[in-house]
Design a protein. Structure first.
Length: 103
């Protein structure tokens, strides 16, 4: 069994907070992250499998790139995560929730 990892990059902004909390409570809880701020993210996608003896590939990288770009990167890149992506409507745009969204 072989593994292959492809790295992708995207930029996105987010803001932690609860609309029903006061500004003070949001700042007390989330600090500077209660303000809109951005990150440059790195996403590593690892696939595993047997190498196809005819192609020498585990996976067709063009297909993998198309799938990741269509389903993840184009949705997240240059977004404000909690405002632009419906899935985050009732969730904090944390790294943990971002992983769940991507998975």
């Amino acid at each position: 069994m072989q593994f292959l990892t492809k790295t992708f990059h995207f930029c996105a902004a987010h803001q932690y907070g609860h609309e029903n909390w006061s500004d003070k409570k949001n700042v007390d809880t989330f600090g500077a992250d209660a303000q809109v701020h951005g990150h440059n993210y790195t996403l590593e996608v690892t696939v595993r499998g047997e190498i196809n003896p005819d192609t020498g590939f585990i996976v067709d990288l063009t297909h993998l790139k198309d799938v990741v770009n269509t389903n993840i990167i184009t949705k997240l890149d240059h977004s404000q995560i909690e405002k632009d992506i419906l899935w985050f409507e009732d969730k904090q745009p944390s790294s943990e929730n971002l992983v769940v969204f991507i998975w």
